[in-house]
Write a protein that binds this ligand. Structure first.
Ligand code: FES
Length: 124
């Protein structure tokens, strides 16, 4: 069952930046309306740059792999750059996802954007 690309399996088996940031500057939360799973993204921001980012994902392999990939893409980026990371960027970086799993893979970019929004609303 070669459903997932090697890159997806790699991130699923060895996820990067998994966990929670206590006292995060921004927290994003999205739910998958289809399966009911939930993902949290925590960011630490300094001088407009995402210094640290972690995720907690209560979801499937695709959701975990995309969260891990997304945190790698977002870490060290400015908020403006990170905001431009799209659902497709994350999926493409992973070598694509099976069509059935696209809704799961969308969570990561959405949660990142939500965390940035949360940070901006707090720092006004
Ligand atoms: Fe729930 Fe994929 S099945 S996130």
């Amino acid at each position: 069952m070669a459903l997932y690309s090697e890159k997806v399996m790699e991130h699923f088996k060895n996820p990067q930046n998994m966990g929670k940031i206590e006292g995060a500057d921004g927290v994003g939360k999205v739910g998958n309306v289809i399966c009911g799973d939930v993902m949290y993204i925590y960011i630490k921001v300094k001088d407009n740059v995402i210094e640290d980012i972690k995720f907690e994902t209560f979801g499937c392999a695709a959701a975990i792999a995309t969260s891990s990939m997304m945190t790698e893409l977002a870490k060290g980026k400015t908020l403006d750059e990170a905001e431009k990371i799209t659902r497709d960027d994350v999926a493409n970086e992973l070598g694509g996802l099976p069509p059935l799993k696209v809704h799961c893979s969308n969570l990561a970019a959405d949660a990142l954007h939500d965390a940035i929004k949360d940070y901006r609303s707090k720092s006004k």
